[in-house]
Design a protein around this ligand. Structure first.
Ligand SMILES: [Zn+2]
Length: 287
């Protein structure tokens, strides 16, 4: 049974669609159809929300690894992570059955459901969401064990993320909000079916499985030498094959993709600026 659900917005303080959905549900109530569920709506990084920034000192959504939770916190977000771990956790023995953390991205990823495990529950959830929202993308980040992730949602016994784009930081777009809302309702609908053992037989669905992050070409001083090629920009989850343009350098050259066909996502995500991450890669699979 999935009884206790926590819906979180504002883990990144300038990702407005999740913040607004949580505020609306706090103010007007969660839709009556979900009365049977104990749903808590929560804004996780209020200081970052007030400042309309992703974070004040460190990315809150990377602070929840077992190693960091066992270390003396050094930043505001690390201290917040420790407090949330006390409040909701401790990680691994939380009473929250499902944590849904809502994000948005400047990349054109559409409505993306990020799952961190490919077990029976998450497989059925992915298939159901895909059936209800054929336009949705399912991103599987199971390259490491669930508990090893630093994501806030891993405080729950199960944790998933809604990631919708493209939406500029600090801006609320109605189309992105609508997709976010639709995916949140699809997830809650699934939980009701799951709890009453009435999940219908669902066909396998296409998913994207994370491989690695690709960084921009840099010189010895760490200055960027290129930008995303126009052909790759906004082509999230479309196949990128050997020879396809990836970067256009500031000296006017085109750098091509070398290697197997992959599915890029988080292309030119603004928040990955400091890390120089140009995009992430994935394989396409069935779940
Ligand atoms: Zn985010």
């Amino acid at each position: 049974m999935i009884t206790n659900i926590t819906v979180v917005g504002g883990t990144h303080g300038n990702e407005t669609s999740g913040i607004q959905l949580v505020r609306n549900w706090q103010r007007f109530g969660v839709p009556a159809a979900y009365q049977a569920l104990n749903i808590d709506c929560y804004l996780s990084n209020q200081a970052a929300i007030d400042a309309n920034v992703r974070f004040l000192e460190e990315d809150l959504n990377r602070q929840f690894t077992p190693a960091l939770l066992n270390k003396q916190p050094q930043s505001q977000e690390a201290r917040l992570a420790h407090a949330l771990n006390q409040h909701w956790g401790p990680k691994g023995s939380s009473e929250i059955d499902l944590m849904i953390d809502i994000h948005n991205t400047t990349s054109a990823m559409g409505a993306t459901l990020i799952i961190l495990e490919a077990d029976e529950f998450h497989t059925q959830l992915a298939r159901y969401v895909k059936q209800q929202m054929p336009e949705a993308n399912i991103l599987v980040e199971d390259e490491k064990p669930y508990a090893e992730h630093g994501y806030l949602c891993t405080l729950g016994q199960r944790g998933i993320m809604i990631e919708v784009g493209a939406q500029p930081q600090g801006v609320l777009r109605a189309d992105v909000y609508e997709l976010t809302h639709k995916m949140a309702l699809a997830i809650l609908d699934f939980v009701l079916l799951y709890n009453s053992n009435s999940v219908p037989a669902l066909p396998p669905c296409d998913v994207f499985r994370f491989i690695e992050n690709i960084t921009f070409p840099l010189d010895e001083q760490g200055e960027r030498l290129a930008m995303i090629h126009p052909a790759l920009q906004d082509s999230d989850f479309k196949p990128l094959t050997q020879g396809d343009p990836v970067f256009t350098t500031f000296s006017g050259q085109v750098e091509q993709w070398q290697g197997d066909t992959i599915y890029p996502h988080f292309i030119n995500e603004a928040a990955y600026h400091k890390l120089h991450v140009a995009f992430a890669t994935a394989t396409k699979a069935q779940l």
